[in-house]
Design a protein around this ligand. Structure first.
Ligand code: COA
Ligand code: AMP
Length: 639
């Protein structure tokens, strides 16, 4: 391996405390940390103990103080509404301060939780930063989730205030968010004192003062007029910045807790060393602020590093066409683009020859980063040939907050091995373990695990659930964090990430729990039991298929029941689940001990070679699966 990366990685390995202590100099502290790492605190130790800082100050105020107030901070572009606006660091400071004043007036103080349920609009980013400014903890909920999912997050976080928009914009329709917020609050035990609603012109809603519903824009404008000043509240490096809920193996989402100090240190390190970005560059992460990718690389990473970030509302295709990405890159002179492989598969499907690229000046674009799901070599080849720039796959999770394995473009460029996100980043000692926790040899497939402690920026625990964090992530392999991904490391040290080892599936870069989907399907009164498996999809990577067994005596039409189950998933989990396909089976394939043979079912659905499991209870059940799959697939058109 060539030297620069090896030097840095070795430096970190030799002296992790010294290494991260030095990296922490890039953060502005009110009070520097007393200990870079304290192994006695938290679940596996805590970073930058005793340090006092403020993430909003580091993202905004310090750039203004350094004379960069007039530089662009956020470029907002909506392919849905046609809106476009550039906010300088000074503009962002004004907006964020006004939102912070509104929140303070509503009684939000340090440590209070604020749930943000908004589409990709600048006000969402201002709200996140405003929370950070006053030390409140935000929890952003992706707009594609249904009321029940929102309700479970409101309850878990015990949210004091909700900030929402009247609607999101999806191709061909405005998605009304306000009724979802209302329904969620009705369902939840937690009743936030106020609902701040951003009225979008595409769908204005009535606000009921008696329910604490307030007009976001009016209140913010009033504070802006008054030029209210809101100082950045000092928080401990170890205080939580945000909670981000992600799919676990049950219907109950896991609240990943990110702290202030470690998060800033890690993201700034990554912006420079992985993405090769410097102040003044333009970075565009085409994801959503509802996901970790959006938190880290639409909002916090670029702003911390003084890099301009593009906030894009739209899709890679259909808004209006597969050339939208190239329009945005050209228009804003984007230097680094980051998205999920699914976006490129969608573009390729609509524009296989890349005709929309011709005539566009994409000379600003230095690199394309992909993550969120396995980057299939075919898509990588296509993107490389189309753009003629390095296409960098990197592997990470909501839990880690930044890349575990990457090709560190700011350090040195490794030759690409398609199918591998390349090498572990400093902070991450990745091992491949067998199921008993024994390290495996190079080239052998096993459980990918990260030696503790996790580096700065990774989750510190699950929200108010230390034990669940220990049980889910730390107990399987003592001394390690279990990634729940399977993979291998080759002789050159390249890591290959192959599949999840749990029942999480990856649909269009979104993480779904088949367990959660099964819970919803099983709640239908006619369903006795069910199995949901992730089946290969040319665009989305995987989509969930439901196999349903009816209760004895149910004689209603099968297609009506399937329609109801599909609708139920949409209503309870949300459209993001992309659950449209289900089959009725007389019986599920199981082992003699009663374990559903989901793996074999998936292989059959994917048309892969499969063998009859020795422990199968009734071999005929697998024929039933094959036969069911040959029936026409049912697709719900209901919205
Ligand atoms: N609010 C409300 N509904 C939303 C939503 C939001 N913020 N985001 C998605 N939805 C809805 C969609 O309208 C769609 O509804 P439908 O079933 O009525 O069509 C459903 O949720 C699924 O959405 P999506 O996963 O986006 O699929 P799609 O078919 O609309 O688009 C892609 C497919 C590949 C173009 C799209 O998934 C995409 O752009 N992916 C980019 C990758 C990405 O952002 N990954 C995130 C992690 S990096
Ligand atoms: P999320 O928490 O939603 O970001 O999803 C994380 C999961 O997505 C990981 O555990 C992997 O299963 C998968 N994933 C993310 N990036 C990659 C990648 N580059 N290669 C393979 N799988 C990936």
């Amino acid at each position: 391996m060539s030297s620069r990366y090896a030097e840095v990685y070795e430096h970190w390995k030799r002296d992790p405390v010294g290494y991260w202590g030095e990296a922490a100099r890039d953060v502005s502290w009110f009070e520097p940390p007393h200990h870079v790492f304290d192994p006695e605190q938290g679940v596996y130790g805590r970073w930058f103990v005793g340090g006092s800082t403020n993430t909003c100050y580091n993202c905004v105020d310090r750039h203004v103080a350094a004379g960069r107030g007039k530089d662009p901070a956020i470029i907002f572009d909506s392919a849905m509404s046609g809106a476009s606006r550039i906010f300088t660091f000074y503009d962002v400071l004004q907006e964020v301060t006004a939102v912070a004043a509104v929140l303070q007036n509503l009684g939000v103080t340090k440590g209070d939780r604020v749930v943000i349920y908004m589409p990709m609009v600048p006000e969402a980013v201002f709200s996140m930063l405003a929370c950070a400014r006053i030390g409140a903890v935000h929890s952003v909920v992706f707009g594609g989730f249904a009321a029940q999912e929102l309700a479970s997050r409101l309850d878990s976080a015990r949210a004091k205030v909700v900030i929402a928009a009247s609607c999101g914009l999806e191709p061909g329709r405005a998605v009304a968010y306000k009724p979802l917020v209302d329904a969620a609050i009705d369902l939840a035990e937690t009743k936030p004192s106020h609902r701040l609603i951003l009225q979008r012109e595409q769908l204005r809603v009535d606000l009921r003062a008696e329910h604490g519903e307030l007009d976001f824009a009016e209140l913010v404008a009033a504070e802006r007029e008054k030029k209210s000043e809101v100082a950045c509240v000092p928080v401990l490096a170890t205080d939580p910045l945000y909670i981000l809920y992600t799919s676990g193996t049950t219907g109950k989402p896991k609240g990943v807790v990110r702290d202030n100090g470690g998060h800033m240190v890690a993201l700034q390190w990554s912006i420079r060393n992985i993405y090769g970005l410097k102040p003044g560059d333009v970075s565009w992460t085409a994801s959503d602020i509802g996901w970790v990718v959006g938190h880290s690389y639409i909002v916090y990473g670029p702003l911390l590093a003084g890099v301009t970030t593009v906030l894009f509302e739209g899709k890679p295709v259909g808004t209006p066409n597969a050339g939208t990405f190239w329009r945005v890159v050209e228009q804003y002179r984007v230097n680094v683009l980051f998205t999920a492989p699914t976006a490129f598969r969608a573009i390729r499907r609509d524009d296989p020859e890349g005709k929309f690229v011709s005539g566009r000046d994409l000379s600003s674009l230095r690199m394309l980063f992909l993550a969120g799901e396995r980057a299939d070599p075919e898509t990588l080849h296509w993107a490389e040939a189309l753009l003629r720039i390095p296409v960098v796959d990197h592997w990470w999770q909501t839990e880690t907050g930044w890349a575990i394995v990457a090709n560190p473009m700011g350090l040195e460029v490794f030759p690409v091995k398609h199918g591998s996100p390349t090498v572990p980043m400093p902070g991450f000692a990745v091992d491949v373990l067998d199921d008993g926790g024994k390290p495996l040899e190079r080239g052998v497939l096993g459980n990918l695990a990260i030696r503790l402690p996790l580096p700065p920026g990774c989750l510190v625990t699950f929200w108010e659930a230390d034990d669940r964090f220990r049980e889910t992530c730390l107990e399987a392999f003592p001394g390690y964090y279990k990634t729940a991904d399977a993979g291998l490391i080759d002789d050159d040290g390249y890591v290959f990430v192959m599949a999840r080892t749990d029942d999480i599936i990856n649909c269009a870069g979104h993480r779904l729990s088949t367990g959660a989907l099964e819970e919803v399907c099983a709640s239908h009164p006619d369903i006795a039991e069910c199995a949901v498996v992730g089946v290969a999809d040319a665009i989305k990577g995987q989509v969930p298929y439901g196999f349903l067994v009816l209760k004895n005596g149910v004689t209603r039409s099968e297609s009506a029941i399937i329609q109801e189950v599909v609708d139920l998933v949409r209503e309870r989990i949300g459209p993001v689940a992309a659950f449209r396909t289900a089959f009725i089976l007389p019986k599920l394939p199981k082992t003699r001990s009663g374990k559903i043979l989901r793996g074999t079912m998936r292989k059959i659905a994917d048309g892969e070679v499969w063998t009859m499991p020795a422990t199968i209870d009734d071999p005929a059940t697998l024929d039933m699966v094959s036969r069911a799959l040959q029936k026409p697939v049912y697709i719900s058109a209901d919205r």
